[in-house]
Design a protein around this ligand. Sequence first.
Ligand SMILES: Nc1ncnc2c1ncn2[C@@H]1O[C@H](COP(=O)(O)OP(=O)(O)OP(=O)(O)O)[C@@H](O)[C@H]1O
Ligand SMILES: [Mg+2]
Length: 253
Amino acid sequence: MGTQPSAPPVTDLDRSTGSRVDLHGVGRRYQVGGTEVVALREVELHVDGGEFVVILGPSGSGKTTLLNLIGALDSPTEGQISLSGTNISGATRSRRARIRRELTSFIFQSFNLFPALTALENVQFGADVAGRAGGRAHAADLLARVGLGDRLDHVPHQLSGGEQQRVAIARALATGNPIVLADEPTGELDFVTGVQILRLLQQQAEAGRTVLVVTHNREISRTADRVVELSSGRVVRDGPPPGGQAAVADLHW
Ligand SMILES: Nc1ncnc2c1ncn2[C@@H]1O[C@H](COP(=O)(O)OP(=O)(O)OP(=O)(O)O)[C@@H](O)[C@H]1O
Ligand SMILES: [Mg+2]
């Protein structure tokens, strides 16, 4: 990447396992009225830095629930989760906030941009939160990489849905954090832009980060190193894409 962000802040978080993500016996149950909803059960997942993993499954299978747990936005009701060697399962709210600032970059299904900030300021905000001094040049470089080099000073309502999504992706990458989590990042994008974003996410993995991407799209899953398939809250398959890994350039959707 053109301009490199500064080194991560030094804190008491364990970083002994780099970008590694480990889940052991993870479950998430919700109480709704008198009924219990089991969104995830007995999830076993171990991902190493440098892996590009796609999480695939039908609507309601638990994909967002799983990503939110790994992103320290929510806590499991059973099992253990560790990020970079730090156990996050029983973390307090403030510790989870610190884990999100320092270890994870989250791209949400809805973009969550700040409406009063320009594209450039939204991306700089990502770097600021993570305590990186990447500055304006780094933010502008990331926006150029998502194809928005000529939209730096536009506020979100002056951008299309797909453009807003690309700003959100640049903002997440601006943190420079080691674990990149993306919930349907190409959902709003046309084919050419989608391919550009997938390639950018793949480059994050090539740089040693762990990248977990949620999608409904089987075609996208072909580009992954590994596909984790969920059904009714369980992992029903975990392995290389059936038929082997495809290059991003060979996709059709
Ligand atoms: N806060 C909640 N309270 C109760 N049930 C929930 C809650 N969040 C999710 N669920 C339930 O857990 C299950 C998994 O939801 P989740 O959002 O993880 O699915 P998903 O695979 O991301 O689906 P989609 O592809 O539609 O985004 C669903 O049955 C959902 O209704
Ligand atoms: Mg979802």
